[in-house]
Design a protein around this ligand. Structure first.
Ligand SMILES: Nc1ncnc2c1ncn2[C@@H]1O[C@H](COP(=O)(O)OP(=O)(O)OP(=O)(O)O)[C@@H](O)[C@H]1O
Ligand SMILES: [Mg+2]
Length: 204
């Protein structure tokens, strides 16, 4: 298992280096195509609650996506990182309802709805440095989104957002890694993935 964790560290740093090498212009362009892709999908805009995240650093921009979903009338939840690395959830009710968090640049300041709030979501949008064809995703290494994804309902669209080139044939996976059911990239739009098929065998 240590080897798998080591492998993830290597891929994570390679992926972050590729993102840092992108121009700001390319990141913004990718973020806006992803925003239009998500907004064109009725599963994300036909009502219901959408859990999303507020991008930072070199991530594809989701700040304008979050704003647009909220303007469309979605009930939007954003994560609040707990000291144990798990994610609580609170409502996004416009940019004024965010403030710097202890370990996260911006978090919602409203009442927290608990870690189980993702169970009731129509869609859960998560970050990823890479996603494989079974839906296994590589995040920043906190395991926070794995925990949240494990609570998503059976009918929930779990969607990772990635740049082109970040969907790869296979990623190393540990038993706690929870696959996503779809990935969106600027060039290919939303691709459905056989979530669950990518769970590693014990000890594998
Ligand atoms: N359900 C869990 N309970 C406690 N710790 C967990 C759980 N899931 C993952 N972790 C911890 O998180 C660590 C990092 O996990 P992993 O490498 O899968 O992160 P990641 O998928 O890149 O991060 P994230 O899900 O936040 O994007 C694991 O080594 C493990 O210690
Ligand atoms: Mg993981």
């Amino acid at each position: 298992m240590r080897d798998t964790a080591q492998e993830k560290l290597v891929i994570r740093s390679e992926r972050l280096a590729v993102r840092r090498a992108m121009t700001e212009e390319a990141r913004v362009a990718a973020g806006s195509v992803l925003r239009e892709t998500v907004l064109a999908d009725p599963r994300l805009t036909m009502g219901g609650t959408v859990a999303a995240y507020y991008s930072f650093g070199t991530e594809p921009d989701t700040r304008r996506l979050v704003f647009a979903l909220w303007k469309h009338g979605a009930y939007v939840l954003l994560p609040v990182l707990r000291p144990d690395g798990d994610l609580d959830w609170a409502e996004y009710d416009g940019p004024d309802t965010l403030a710097p968090g202890e370990r996260v640049p911006l978090e919602p300041t409203g009442p927290r709805h608990g870690v189980d709030a993702v169970r009731r979501c129509a869609a859960v949008i998560v970050p990823a440095l890479a996603v494989d064809l079974c839906g296994i995703r590589l995040g920043r290494g906190g395991g926070s989104f794995d925990r949240a994804l494990a609570r998503a309902g059976a009918g929930t669209l779990t969607l990772a957002l990635a740049y082109d080139g970040e969907v790869v044939p296979e990623l190393p996976a540990e038993p706690h890694d929870t696959p996503v059911r779809a990935v969106a990239t600027p060039s290919r739009g939303i691709q459905a993935l056989p979530a669950g098929a990518g769970n590693p065998t014990p000890g594998g």
